[in-house]
Design a protein around this ligand. Structure first.
Ligand SMILES: C[S@@+](CC[C@H](N)C(=O)[O-])C[C@H]1O[C@@H](n2cnc3c(N)ncnc32)[C@H](O)[C@@H]1O
Length: 212
């Protein structure tokens, strides 16, 4: 069997344990709007790695920007304290998330464009390649306009988009790395991506911007 397939099958089993269904999206060609990207879920091994570098406690509230079928919400429900909300353009995907997430009071899902969503309630934002750079720039402008306290932004697969953050007062790159596959306990790597996917964790501190 394709070793990559074993990673996806392990993810589907984890989905079933947490959600009672698979969160794999068979319609990867589905795109909700111009500028939006496909609803591919983040693999669990990627979330395991990224959240090692993030402080997330019972008072934290994550917004998954473009939540797709809700894999990140499932991760929070099963592995982290605190709350998670997903916002998703595609109403069919939102209905899928609502169907399984209603059993978790710490989760919420909203249907709409993140550019119309109030951002002040959140302490963390997660982006897995949700949209093109033009939308990303508008999203970062909106964070700066609405957020009143320090926030953390986790951006997976920011390949080529890093420059959208550069030169913005108040933003600090806390950690960065790249992931190409799933590493087993014996150190062996099962490649999942055709090329390394870069990730970055940023903080945005509004007071740093005001003092600029
Ligand atoms: C690559 S998927 C990420 C899925 C999920 N965040 C995860 O990591 O498992 C990107 C999703 O972002 C959604 N999306 C794109 N632009 C959006 C926007 N402006 N507002 C809300 N959702 C958006 C797409 O419809 C797609 O389902």
């Amino acid at each position: 069997m394709d070793r990559r397939q074993t990673v996806f099958e392990a993810d589907a089993r984890r989905d079933w344990e947490v959600c009672g269904c698979s969160l794999v999206c068979d319609e990867n060609a589905r795109v909700a709007a111009p500028g939006a990207h496909e609803p591919t879920p983040t693999p669990y091994f990627v979330l395991d790695e990224l959240f090692l570098h993030v402080d997330f406690d019972k008072d934290s509230h994550l917004l998954d920007v473009g939540c797709g079928t809700g894999r990140v919400l499932a991760y929070v429900a099963s592995r982290l304290p605190g709350r998670a909300t997903g916002i998703e353009l595609d109403g069919v995907l939102v209905a899928r998330v609502r169907a399984w997430a209603q059993r978790y009071p710490r989760l919420d899902v909203r249907c709409g464009n993140v550019l119309d969503e109030p951002l002040a309630p959140y302490t963390h934002f997660y982006l897995f390649n949700p949209f093109d750079t033009e939308v990303l720039v508008k999203f970062l402008d909106k964070v700066e306009a609405e957020v009143m306290r320090p926030v953390t932004l986790i951006h997976m697969s920011d390949n080529g988009e890093r420059y959208a953050y550069l030169g913005r007062p108040g933003w600090t790159l806390v950690q960065e790395g790249s992931i190409q596959g799933c590493r087993a306990e014996d150190g062996s790597l099962t490649p999942v991506y055709g090329c390394p996917q870069t990730w970055a964790i940023w903080t945005y501190v509004p007071s740093m911007r005001k003092n600029y």
